[in-house]
Ligand binder design. Structure first.
Ligand code: NAP
Length: 220
């Protein structure tokens, strides 16, 4: 069994109260408000994509030979609801590629990541339809979700999923989350122990203190 959990936000949180308000009022307060509370740089974005997306891929590739020896090979990629398609503007190129679930490839995921970084460098993120708020994190987790689907399709005898732990009080959120670490850990652990096998698509677990609910990752 393999759980890919390592992750960084790609930003520096400068105003924890504002970030917390944006998260607590999602759908009411626009996410873009959060940009006022953050510092985003190219270097942080690059690091975020390296760790969250390429790190997941490299770990899976490295441990695949060991997993193949297992009677119940399981991979859980810790992702985020931020990586959902709805985080991307409707007509954006990246959303178009990511929503074509049957034709996803690793090359296409890599291309999305490279194009995001190139547009960041050239100062054309907004004009090219990338999310403005925690863009690198959103792109990294969307790419992880896409990669999870590709991996699940390629390895039908494996149990491969991605999961969101919810908004948790940890370093990555500057401890602004609503859930404790134990509550946040419940989603990945439940998924590992669930015995669910080979769903045709990645799932995520929406967690709150009182309920756990399975939703397909492309429910938006
Ligand atoms: N907290 C949330 O609200 C939330 C919401 C959605 C998704 N997630 C996801 O949940 C996962 C865990 O995050 P968390 O909330 O537990 O945040 P965290 O407390 O900041 O933990 C991040 C973990 O990633 C490790 N890490 C970072 N860069 C690494 C690298 N280059 N190599 C190896 N390990 C590295 C860190 O190791 P060190 O301690 O050694 O630095 C740490 O153990 C992440 O994938 C995150 O994106 C969290």
């Amino acid at each position: 069994m393999q759980v890919n959990n390592a992750g960084v936000s790609g930003v520096i949180i400068e105003d924890s109260d504002l970030i917390s308000t944006v998260f607590a009022n999602r759908g009411v307060v626009p996410d873009e408000q959060g940009t006022k509370a953050l510092t985003q740089t190219y270097e942080l974005a690059e690091e975020c994509l390296q760790i969250n997306y390429y790190g997941t891929k490299i770990t899976v590739q490295s441990l695949m030979p060991l997993l193949q020896l297992s009677d119940s090979p399981t991979i859980v990629n810790v992702s985020s609801t931020q990586g959902q398609l709805e985080s991307f503007p409707k007509e954006s190129w990246a959303r178009g590629v990511l929503s074509d679930a049957d034709n996803l490839t690793e090359e296409k995921m890599d291309e999305i990541v490279k194009k995001f970084l190139n547009d960041f460098k050239e100062g054309s993120l907004e004009s090219n339809g990338w999310p403005r708020y925690i863009g690198a994190y959103i792109v990294s987790k969307a790419a992880v979700n896409g990669y999870t689907r590709i991996l699940a399709k390629k390895n039908p005898s494996f149990c491969i999923n991605s999961v969101c732990p919810g908004y948790v009080k940890t370093d990555i959120t500057s401890n602004t989350g609503f859930l404790t670490v134990e509550e946040g850990a419940a989603s990945p652990v439940s998924l590992v122990l669930s015995g669910l096998h080979c769903f045709p698509m990645a799932l995520h677990l929406v967690s709150s203190i009182t309920e756990l609910m399975w939703l397909p990752f492309d429910f938006q």
